[in-house]
Design a protein around this ligand. Structure first.
Ligand code: NDP
Length: 272
């Protein structure tokens, strides 16, 4: 019997996860089917439970449900626990396990695909939702010179910081967009969902330098954040396709015990 997996989100039609996992399955010879489910905003638990009760083996969870997936899990990995967000659910028929592969997806894309080392760099993380939560500790593990979290709702950025197990206030801090005036960063990661509506973030001028990397977790096209960063002087910009493929590879490994190659999948997905 073919094992079934899905990605659950709202919106979800834009997700490349079904294509990525189909390619992983082809490359590894694993017999899986991977689909997608659009869950109503107030019905994630119902939708996920129905799928799993119906024989589904696992699910990826995308916005805005990662925190609900965390609450739904019977057991969570330590990285999901720190993030308080789950993007990978695995079900063995009795226990629902939650994990979070976003952080290692991001750091692997930066380190292995883009050749960008975080160590000793000044990092700005924009956003304080599930995606930001997932990448915070993996970024800190790479020992940046500093990590600033900025969010539209400032209290959410502070809450994210407060949830970290132990953090040196000289390294990590939280603020609103207005307080970024006068600062510049080596790496600016957009973990907001503003790009879904093409909304421009209220970023002050001077945030980027010619050797800065502007990294948008959104993927699939040149995003408004990438355009904004380039106009403000960022030397390098990228979308989050590499992160998506790397975090998917980690989910696939959790489910199937096999690590798929990511290079050919990234090449297949990138527009020529
Ligand atoms: P959430 O809904 O959990 O969080 C959304 C965040 O975006 C919040 O911080 C919110 O701020 C902020 N935001 C939304 N609209 C605006 C706006 N107009 N101006 C400023 N801030 C805004 O989403 P996720 O954290 O799950 O996902 C965020 C993004 O990351 C999505 O685009 C998602 O596709 C992408 N992503 C990509 C991955 C990849 O593998 N490439 C993996 C995970 C996510 P506030 O708190 O003030 O509402």
């Amino acid at each position: 019997m073919t094992d079934r997996y899905v990605v659950i989100g709202n919106p979800v039609a834009h997700s490349s996860s079904p294509r990525i996992h189909a390619l992983f399955a082809q490359l590894t010879g694993e017999d899986i089917h991977y689909g997608s489910i659009l869950a109503p905003r107030d019905a994630f638990t119902h939708v996920a439970s129905e799928f799993l009760r119906g024989g589904g083996k696992g699910a990826n969870v995308t916005l805005p449900f990662k925190e609900e997936a965390f609450a739904l899990s019977d057991e969570v990995s330590s990285r999901a626990k720190t993030a308080r967000a789950v993007n990978t659910l695995s079900f063995d028929g009795s226990v629902l396990r939650g994990d979070n592969t976003d952080g290692c997806g991001l750091t692997r894309d930066l380190g292995q695909n883009l050749g960008f080392g975080i160590r000793n760099r000044r990092v700005l993380l924009l956003g304080a939702g599930g995606a930001a939560r997932g990448v915070l500790v993996p970024i800190l593990d790479e020992q940046p010179a500093s990590l600033t979290i900025a969010n539209r709702s400032v209290q959410k950025a502070h809450a994210l910081l407060a949830d970290l197990p132990s953090v040196d206030p000289r390294i990590a801090s939280a603020c609103g967009y207005g307080e970024l005036a006068g600062a510049s960063f080596d790496l600016v990661i957009n973990a907001t969902s503003a790009g879904l509506t093409e909304a421009a973030l209220p970023l002050p001028k001077g945030l980027f330098r010619p050797d800065s990397l502007a990294y948008d977790m959104m993927y699939g096209r040149e995003t408004s954040f990438m355009r904004q960063a380039r106009a403000d002087g960022a030397g390098r910009t990228t979308d989050g396709l590499g992160m998506l493929v790397e975090q998917a590879a980690e989910s696939f490994f959790i489910w199937r015990g096999r690590r798929p190659p990511t290079g050919p999948v990234l090449s297949a997905l990138r527009p020529a």
